[in-house]
Design a protein around this ligand. Sequence first.
Ligand code: ZN
Length: 222
Amino acid sequence: MASEILCVICHKRKPKRACPGVNGNICAQCCGTEREISIDCPLDCTYLRESRKYEREKPTKLDELPFKDVALSGNFVYEFEMFIGQIGYHIMQYALQNPATVDKEIIDALDKLVRTYQTEQSGIYYESLPEESGALGLFREVKLFIDGLQKQQQERGNIAAVKTGDLVRSLVFLLRMACVNTNGRLRGRYFIDFLRLTFPEQAQAQAQAQAQAKEEPRLIVP
Ligand SMILES: [Zn+2]
């Protein structure tokens, strides 16, 4: 007699769905409890997509937002839309190129970037580094990108570089966006999804480029 096939996670219940995250069949309960917690769910999984619709049960209260003392006027976001967009796009690019990246790492990296530039604002150069390696990688990448942009603008001379205070405010805005648009799960990538929806064409172009790179035939050396 063939042994009964069970969910590959709990080994108790009957599997109901094919999980692309564990490459096996799992039950609906395990999908619900382990999704983006112990499972690295591919962003295009149909069950993950479905769950996104119901996910944000608890809206973030305004006074729970980080860096309460940093004031952002409506005008500010309008004025720095381009700059904020460039950084946001860069974060998305990094997250898609490094699929292990999760929201918590982005939040941590942004938090430390704000602290670093706040220190710089007071005339001291000191990096507040994230402890965790995923967040540290993103911190370095975004900082390199921002510093590169700043240098480029300074070299052109005609365009003023973004002032450190405005840079801090731009990063605080992105950090708040990330805190509002996340689901709090350990391996949650809700904010990354949010960025994909914000930059749909770029996200698609990048996915295509990555797929193409995978398909590229290997060089045959005679
Ligand atoms: Zn199960």
